[in-house]
Design a binder for this molecule. Sequence first.
Ligand SMILES: *[C@@H]1O[C@H](CO)[C@@H](O)[C@H](O)[C@H]1NC(C)=O
Ligand SMILES: *[C@@H]1O[C@H](CO)[C@@H](O)[C@H](O)[C@H]1NC(C)=O
Ligand SMILES: *[C@@H]1O[C@H](CO)[C@@H](O)[C@H](O)[C@H]1NC(C)=O
Ligand SMILES: *[C@@H]1O[C@H](CO)[C@@H](O)[C@H](O)[C@H]1NC(C)=O
Ligand SMILES: *[C@@H]1O[C@H](CO)[C@@H](O)[C@H](O)[C@H]1NC(C)=O
Ligand SMILES: *[C@@H]1O[C@H](CO)[C@@H](O)[C@H](O)[C@H]1NC(C)=O
Ligand SMILES: *[C@@H]1O[C@H](CO)[C@@H](O)[C@H](O)[C@H]1NC(C)=O
Ligand SMILES: *[C@@H]1O[C@H](CO)[C@@H](O)[C@H](O)[C@H]1NC(C)=O
Ligand SMILES: *[C@@H]1O[C@H](CO)[C@@H](O)[C@H](O)[C@H]1NC(C)=O
Ligand SMILES: *[C@@H]1O[C@H](CO)[C@@H](O)[C@H](O)[C@H]1NC(C)=O
Ligand SMILES: *[C@@H]1O[C@H](CO)[C@@H](O)[C@H](O)[C@H]1NC(C)=O
Ligand SMILES: *[C@@H]1O[C@H](CO)[C@@H](O)[C@H](O)[C@H]1NC(C)=O
Length: 837
Amino acid sequence: MAAGRALAALLAALLAASAQLVPREASFTISLHKVDNTTVTIKLRPGVSPSCRIRIKNVIRSDLKIKSGENVTFTFTCSTPEKYFIMEIQKNIDCVSGPCPFGDVHLYPLGLPRLNRTYIWDVKASTKAGLELKFSTPWLRQIEPGETCPDSISYNINSCIDKATVNIGTFCRNGSVSRVKLLGGVVMSLHLPWHSLLTTSGFNIANRASIKRLCIIESTLKGESSITLMSPNYPLGFPEDELMTWQFVIPSNMRASVFFHNYSLSNCERKEERVEYYIPGSPSNPEVFKLSDSQPANIAGSFNMSLQGCDQDAQNPGILRLLFQVVVQLPQVDENVTHLVDLSKEKNMTVTIHLEGWPSQIPLVSEPVCLICKDPRTCDRVLTLVSGAVYRISFLCKDLSRLRITAEKGIGCMDIRWCQRKVYSLSVPKAITRLPIQLHKFIWKLLATDLINVEITSPTLKLRQHVPEQKCNTSYSYSIVSATPETELNVGVFCPGGSIEKIQMRNNITISLKTFGKGFINESIPQDLKMSFVPHIKDECTFTVSPNPKAKVYLQTPNWHYGLPPYISISWFIIVPSKQTARLGFSKDRMGIACETGRAYINIKEETPGAEETVRREDELLPQPRNMHHNFWVNISNCKPVDKTQLTLQFWVTFADKQIDLGIILAVVAGAGVLTAIGLTVCCVRKKKKKTQNPMVGVYNANVNTQMPGKKGLFGKGRQNNESHVYAVIDDAVVYGHLLKESNGSVAPEVDVYRPFDGPIGSLPPSPPPFSFRKDIKRSSNTEEEPPPLTDTDQDTYTFAHQKSGQSKDSGDANEKDKGDTNVPLLENKEQDGLVE
Ligand SMILES: *[C@@H]1O[C@H](CO)[C@@H](O)[C@H](O)[C@H]1NC(C)=O
Ligand SMILES: *[C@@H]1O[C@H](CO)[C@@H](O)[C@H](O)[C@H]1NC(C)=O
Ligand SMILES: *[C@@H]1O[C@H](CO)[C@@H](O)[C@H](O)[C@H]1NC(C)=O
Ligand SMILES: *[C@@H]1O[C@H](CO)[C@@H](O)[C@H](O)[C@H]1NC(C)=O
Ligand SMILES: *[C@@H]1O[C@H](CO)[C@@H](O)[C@H](O)[C@H]1NC(C)=O
Ligand SMILES: *[C@@H]1O[C@H](CO)[C@@H](O)[C@H](O)[C@H]1NC(C)=O
Ligand SMILES: *[C@@H]1O[C@H](CO)[C@@H](O)[C@H](O)[C@H]1NC(C)=O
Ligand SMILES: *[C@@H]1O[C@H](CO)[C@@H](O)[C@H](O)[C@H]1NC(C)=O
Ligand SMILES: *[C@@H]1O[C@H](CO)[C@@H](O)[C@H](O)[C@H]1NC(C)=O
Ligand SMILES: *[C@@H]1O[C@H](CO)[C@@H](O)[C@H](O)[C@H]1NC(C)=O
Ligand SMILES: *[C@@H]1O[C@H](CO)[C@@H](O)[C@H](O)[C@H]1NC(C)=O
Ligand SMILES: *[C@@H]1O[C@H](CO)[C@@H](O)[C@H](O)[C@H]1NC(C)=O
């Protein structure tokens, strides 16, 4: 007996195996009962090569339609028909003329080949009756058009009103849509992939009383979760003048919030498009909202929401559509704790409370949300508060540490007379620091016209520049950007506790205080940044640095990552305590650029009468570390570098107590005598010449000349941009004069001409005309400079020739430039000039 059974089993197994081994031979018999009213269609998938066919007896064909009452046996000519064929199983259910076969809907017939298939149930029903599609768990989840389901199983529900079809939606399995009620007929389809093992349709049909609207979609949300739903036909229009309802079944101890993510309105001729809520316990049911309103939040338990269309303008109907989300959460412990945010005394400020990562990172729909509420039922993921008002806010959020504050304050000055003497404190208001939310950024936007510049100071804390050698490690830092409508200059990142006392900058300035870690929540963290508007400054930025004698200070050029933009100049004024000597060094030997147009320079000069200036051009070695006994300037001006080279310079300053090294001084005095004499001569000639020249032309405005034709407006200002009193070269006096006229009309040249002598820092002696610069002179006056490197001889020669040409440090005497006679010795050249004048 047992052996017989075993044998039978073995045989069966062998048969099954052989069937699999020769799948070609697999034949299918589909027999449809007349009463089933079902049609099975097998056809090639459009666009696929017809290399597989259907064989019925000995007839080969590429499609097959089996109607109810038929019985067909067929095979495929290939072993993988699922790659070529698709199948449609349509069942018509007529509830108008006959009895309506309600109940569970089966996947009939059985024994179908394994192909991608679509079951379609086409239910005809009277528009007076309601039909209910009830889904078995795990219910359904609506998807947006174009989205696919993870298991490739999807449902599509279409409602047929009269002759029109409305797409109620496309759904995947596993969601919270538990029932859909419709009016009139419905075409329900279920798509299954060939490998699906699904054996039940997952829904039943029941008949209901009329629902008096297009449809009702019921969602049952059990725990903390969220659901996204769309209006029928989304993203196309909701049918005109229709009404539909979404019912949400939610445990009474849970809280629901509604968010409209995407909607558009049609052009209504009569009535208004709106949503109405029935919220249990609400004194004002239904609560009517516009689609543009902030939708209710924090609803306790079940509710329903209806969408009402309108009579549309026939000419231009527009589209009513809505995509929204309902989020269900447990009540939050702190939901009733309100925080007072008093912005009534603030001006021009917005405060936005949002989730970490916003707005670039939109939280996953499935994530629990953090809501910020203006009142118990007006909550949103992002809340913006504006100055001039008092708010009482609360949070519906498990983890407040995920929230952040971003605030922005605008300070403008369009007329210096109104703001020159004002000192604005750039500190984060207490109303913000008091909230239990981490400040992410506080942004000050300082807006001014071209001729008004910005000065920031940090009198007590002083600022430290964030450089690779000395990274900021404080709980907050300031990032400073200066911008015109066309360009941006990243001035740098600064943090408290350094040596920068003051920064003057041009253009519109954005200062962003950014916090790191939780430290800043604490009100006790001192802030000390003051700002004022100042009249026009010469350089793009000027830093005043007053280092702590014990510190080693690193400073670097703005726009570190992209290099200093062309034609701009930056200056640093370093304050050296009287009993100390500063040592200044550069972090590399060369500027590392080649100029395409203009020249780049570094000028270093002590602020003491008679101090000589050290000048280096981009093709020269940068100065060796040197000692400075007085306050000094480090000025850098850029040319237009050739492609792919960028000017980035870093230097450092350290201090030591002053020591007098007589040996060096004596040596230098001895060696320098003759040269100094020559230097003075040159200097005098030069000065005389300058005096007699027409200052209106702007001899010193040489800076303009760094601006080559076509480069104007690089910083978008069309003004003396470049007045950076840059020691630059004029290659073409004609161009120069033309630019002068064009770029700044009548006012600016004067400003620029005189500023180097009697500008705001008028106590400084005028820089000797760059003309007078000679390497040897410099060496003589700079008592502590290291012995010249071997290359120095070369450089001297070079410098000399260079000066002869009248081009090097000559700030642009047009006449002289014009001559451009490189062969005329220096002094002769001067005399010639003198004669001309
Ligand atoms: C269909 O036809 C096959 C033979 O062609 C037969 O064996 C089978 O019983 C038929 N089925 C029905 C339901 O008629
Ligand atoms: C069958 O469905 C799967 C997944 O839905 C798809 O990748 C495949 O191309 C379909 N095959 C045919 C023949 O349509
Ligand atoms: C089968 O479908 C046809 C066409 O829709 C319809 O006329 C007929 O009444 C249906 N029969 C049943 C039993 O539903
Ligand atoms: C159903 O969805 C939930 C959350 O969306 C997921 O955790 C779960 O794995 C899904 N179940 C199935 C069977 O896909
Ligand atoms: C909102 O609608 C617009 C226009 O149809 C579409 O581009 C956008 O992706 C939609 N957003 C969402 C979240 O669906
Ligand atoms: C909406 O909810 C209210 C109150 O719970 C109920 O009276 C009404 O019938 C509901 N409407 C729909 C369409 O579900
Ligand atoms: C918040 O206040 C409401 C109304 O006063 C109350 O029903 C609810 O229980 C309170 N929630 C908490 C967490 O205390
Ligand atoms: C407010 O900010 C705007 C720009 O954000 C600025 O134009 C305006 O001048 C500012 N007002 C005051 C009083 O600072
Ligand atoms: C921050 O850096 C400075 C200098 O680099 C150092 O003196 C200070 O101890 C650091 N502070 C912290 C909190 O690391
Ligand atoms: C600063 O911004 C204001 C307003 O956007 C603009 O009018 C002004 O020209 C800007 N200033 C500069 C220097 O770009
Ligand atoms: C701020 O920090 C100080 C000292 O670190 C501490 O005593 C105080 O409680 C903190 N305040 C807040 C609001 O966290
Ligand atoms: C550096 O720039 C400042 C400010 O523009 C200027 O006053 C000073 O004379 C310049 N110094 C040198 C050495 O160029």
